[in-house]
Design a protein around this ligand. Structure first.
Ligand code: DGL
Length: 307
């Protein structure tokens, strides 16, 4: 068991911000990363559909014999974490609870902002997670779906950092400019007097610098990546499943999109080369949703377990 890889997935490239942190925190662990690029974004989709994606990809990962699954996507965590924990035999860790925990630790005035996709914000997952940790913290949430497009487009169009790309091309490619759009999204949060802002989408740490510029230096930005890596380490340690020191480690990347492009863009997110990625055929992935899993999803949804 100890030599088996950790499985990590997201709708695309954003989850690599979490994968990078897990690789840094646990350098001896093998990792299989799955980016569902062809179906990105998940944010505007119906939660039922996102849950079925979670079951498909979770099944794909368990067939790769992963010892733990990380749902490195807030939208998929909000829609499908509880169901995934019910149906898979390995531990499943999401990113919402770790992000909420980090925010509760960081806030002083107990006013916390959350930005995320429409799916994440409408699910109320962050408000519930924060309330469970500290009912005295008030959460102000805003959906900022265009930030996902900015990251995905920016990674494809530029060579430098996303920040450089925003500075150079905002007027050409994005109307209104990124900063105008960001002010529209973030000014109401600033007016709410938040001292902490959760980047509640795994794409957003790539925009941390420009977001910080808009909200100002007094607001602390929280990404769930570090706290998630800590939870992964603790979960594996508690089970005695951490990789042995000096064991041979492997790194595999898979995508439903173009494998070459994924390797190139993935390297930009991770800040180091990605040797290759494998392409996963979408119809084959969809077929992994067995009748038994469909039935378990129906039972889960009819029981109202997801609301
Ligand atoms: N990375 C996903 C998340 O954390 C968002 C991107 C999407 O909409 O698919 O929610």
């Amino acid at each position: 068991m100890r030599e088996l890889p950790i499985g990590i997935f997201d709708s695309g490239l954003g989850g690599l911000t979490v994968a990078g942190e897990i690789m840094r925190a646990l350098p001896g662990e093998s990792v299989v990363y799955f980016g569902d690029t062809v179906r990105c974004p998940y944010g505007p989709r119906d939660p039922h559909e996102v849950r079925s994606f979670v079951l498909q990809i979770g099944t794909w990962l368990t067939r790769r014999c992963v010892k733990l699954i990380v749902i490195a996507c807030n939208t998929a965590t909000a829609a499908g974490l509880a169901l995934a924990q019910q149906v898979f035999d390995v531990p499943v860790v999401g990113v919402v609870e770790p992000g909420a925990r980090a925010a509760v630790k960081a806030t002083v005035n107990r006013r916390v902002g959350v930005i995320g996709t429409v799916g994440t914000v409408e699910s109320g997952a962050y408000s519930s997670a924060v309330r469970m940790l500290d009912a005295g913290v008030t959460v102000f949430s805003v959906a900022t779906p265009r930030f996902v497009d900015v990251v995905e487009q920016g990674l494809r169009l530029g060579d430098g950092t996303l920040e450089e790309w925003l500075a150079e091309t905002a007027d050409v490619y994005i109307r209104p400019s990124f900063y105008e759009m960001a002010r529209d999204y973030l000014d109401p949060l600033k007016r709410s007097g938040i001292d902490t802002l959760v980047l509640g989408c795994t794409h957003f740490p790539l925009l941390a610098a420009p977001i910080q510029q808009v909200v100002g230096p007094k607001v602390r930005l929280i990404s769930s990546a570090e706290e998630t890596a800590r939870e992964v380490a603790e979960t594996l340690e508690a089970r005695g499943h951490l990789a042995e020191a000096g064991a041979k480690r492997t790194e595999t990347f898979a995508t439903t999109g173009d494998a070459g492009e994924f390797a190139t863009l993935g390297a930009r997110v991770l800040g180091r080369p990605v040797a290759s990625a494998e392409h996963v055929d979408l119809p084959a992935l969809e077929e992994l949703l067995s009748d038994d899993l469909k039935q378990r999803q129906t039972v889960f949804e009819e029981a109202g377990a997801c609301s």
